[in-house]
Ligand binder design. Structure first.
Ligand code: NAP
Length: 282
């Protein structure tokens, strides 16, 4: 049976460390602050934003919410970002996605000052990740790397297969694994015979968002399976892309959903906010 990689426990240890860093910053006269922008009343986004505020509370980061109505104009949103960019007491800015359809998310993300871009979605930060000198790392892939490190699983020399190539998860995940000396294959919706690639994986990262996509026969015995996805089964229960029960019998280690990568993402957001506050107070 695979070892269950406990994202809750690992993120909790990380948050303790972040809280200590926050205390040190405060002692030096800097109060780290995260500004979160939420446009509209999407229930899932409201839950994500609430969880982010709770994490801030836990580690001592000041958090400020900007809850804007669904009919907010592009200009009003950009003006708010400009104000937050210029506010020296705000170190991190996060605009919760998805935005309502009439808003241009790309333009919004471009407007956030790169050194306050705690999601690391700005092209300047993506470029730095690509060349390997980033300070702010994309939260979900960086959370996966932290989990691997915590478990003593090095990607070096391993074949790492990432399913999914989104800008938020798949692509930066591949870059971080490559930077850690993995040999990386990226699969996507146009990949023929997905199983022929997944069966070669020493480390398999699933980031598609399709329940049941990864079955036990697609996993090499002894592989490490990291399931990033958050889906719901027919009973409304959260689940990932991998058939958890069956894959657990083949893999050497696996992340559960929930309680796997999800908590790590928020912990990395806290860490990025502290990193940003540190950099801005230098
Ligand atoms: P996304 O933007 O929808 O990207 C999905 C990717 O999967 C795309 O690259 C797509 O390929 C690929 N794909 C679709 N069908 C496929 C198939 N049959 N075989 C192989 N690849 C296929 O999603 P995302 O934002 O990356 O998120 C992925 C999942 O992670 C979602 O379930 C999301 O909820 C979850 N997530 C979790 C966290 C967390 O904190 N745990 C954070 C972010 C996201 P194409 O590029 O060819 O279309």
């Amino acid at each position: 049976m695979a070892k269950v990689i406990d994202g809750k426990a690992i993120s909790s240890a990380m948050l303790d460390k972040v809280a200590a860093d926050v205390s040190a910053l405060k002692a030096a006269g800097v109060e780290p602050c995260l500004a979160v922008i939420l446009v509209g009343d999407d229930p899932a986004s409201q839950v994500y934003v609430r969880n982010k505020h709770r994490a801030c509370e836990r580690v001592g980061i000041r958090s400020v919410s900007h809850l804007l109505p669904a009919d907010t104009t592009q200009q009003a949103l950009l003006d708010l970002i400009d104000t937050l960019n210029d506010d020296d007491t705000v170190h991190g800015i996060l605009c919760q996605l998805p935005l309502p359809a009439h808003l241009d998310a790309e333009q919004v993300l471009l407007r956030i000052r790169p050194d306050k871009d705690v999601d690391a979605f700005h092209p300047a930060n993506v470029g730095r990740i690509t060349i390997g000198n980033a300070e702010l790392l994309p939260c979900t892939p960086a959370g996966v790397m932290e989990m691997l490190r915590y478990e003593g699983i090095s990607p070096a020399g391993k074949h790492c297969v990432v399913i999914g190539r989104s800008n938020i998860v798949g692509k930066p995940m591949a870059l971080l694994l490559l930077a850690a000396n993995g040999t990386v294959t990226v699969c996507h919706s146009r990949t023929p015979d997905l199983a022929s690639f997944t069966r070669q994986a020493d480390i398999l990262v699933c980031a598609v968002g399709k329940r049941g996509l990864v079955t036990a026969d697609m996993v090499k015995p002894g592989a490490v399976v990291i399931d990033v996805s958050i889906n719901r089964d027919e009973n409304g229960k959260l689940c990932g892309d991998a058939d958890y029960e069956a894959v657990s019998k083949v893999a050497s280690a696996i992340t559960p959903v929930p309680g796997g990568v999800g908590p790590m993402t928020i912990a990395m957001l806290m860490r990025n906010t502290v990193t940003a506050a540190n950099a801005q107070s230098r």
